[in-house]
Design a protein around this ligand. Structure first.
Ligand code: T5A
Length: 228
């Protein structure tokens, strides 16, 4: 079968950043914007996206692996990612469907590596095994002050009538989240061709427009045929 030309190739876009910066909200909006242009899109998340990876997600986020330490947790995230890539991401990209993922390998780099102190070589080895060449075409890093992001998460819990107990990582101290933010910014700086940092402390509509500007500039085929 002939290979798809570069402009018609399905794209793999990931959203990264700290807790509560608006990834889930914006990834849905990007999906809608792409579908309006008749692009086939699958939206997924990490950890998760497949039944096996979702089982690992529940295990980790309930805190059951916390005492094993960040190295073992990095291995668990990689095991979930391996299945996610093999069963969902790679097959969809091959079939011409764009894939949008709420978190991917940069989260392991930032949470377990730069913030959790897991050795670079282990992170890089796990990454190469799990990705098997499926590196994102574009990574949107949503950046904001963790204090403000936590207020959003707290407001959401109040609105939903839930206690703000926090999952495995939401419970970490604010200083830990500040280091995490610096970790994502460092990853973006080291990967300027793939990552774009966007200020997340703006309205949902303004953020959606900023993300669309980046995506459509990166993949100009999206604007082909659009009115000027
Ligand atoms: N993890 C994950 C690792 O440690 N290593 C790894 O390798 C991987 C893959 C996943 C956890 O696992 C860790 C990282 C995480 O701790 P999760 O539930 O997926 O857990 O956690 P988050 O990705 O942080 O999900 P959140 O839902 O908390 O944050 P989002 O998706 O960034 O934010 P969102 O869109 O849900 O918005 C949060 C609240 O803010 C409001 C929303 O309505 C919502 O109430 N909001 C806004 N309010 C004002 N202005 C805006 N622009 C807003 N946008 C959203």
């Amino acid at each position: 079968m002939p290979e798809a030309s570069n402009s018609s190739r399905a794209r793999f876009i990931t959203f990264e950043g700290g807790e509560g910066v608006g990834k889930s909200t914006q990834i849905k909006r990007l999906q809608q914007n792409l579908e309006r242009r008749a692009i086939n899109v699958v939206r997924t998340r990490e950890p998760g996206g497949t039944p096996k990876a979702e089982a690992i997600r529940s295990f980790i986020l309930q805190g059951r692996s916390e005492s094993w330490g960040p190295g073992a947790e990095a291995v668990l995230f990689a095991a979930a990612r391996l299945d996610h890539v093999n069963q969902l991401i790679a097959p969809n990209l091959r079939n011409g469907t764009w894939v949008l993922s709420d978190r991917f390998h940069d989260s392991t780099r930032a949470y377990q590596g730069l913030t959790g102190g897991v050795d670079d070589k282990l992170i890089a080895g796990l990454e190469s095994l799990a990705l098997d060449g499926n590196t994102p075409d574009l990574t949107i890093v949503l950046d904001m002050d963790p204090d403000a992001a936590f207020k959003r998460v707290a407001d959401r819990a109040i609105e939903d009538g839930l206690a703000l107990t926090g999952d495995r990582f939401e419970k970490e101290e604010i200083e830990w989240h500040k280091r995490l933010r610096e970790g994502f910014l460092a990853i973006a700086k080291e990967n300027p061709d793939r990552c774009v940092v966007i200020e997340a402390a703006q309205s949902e509509n303004a953020l959606e427009a900023a993300i669309w500007a980046v995506v459509s500039q990166r993949f100009p085929e999206l604007l082909e045929g659009s009115p000027a």
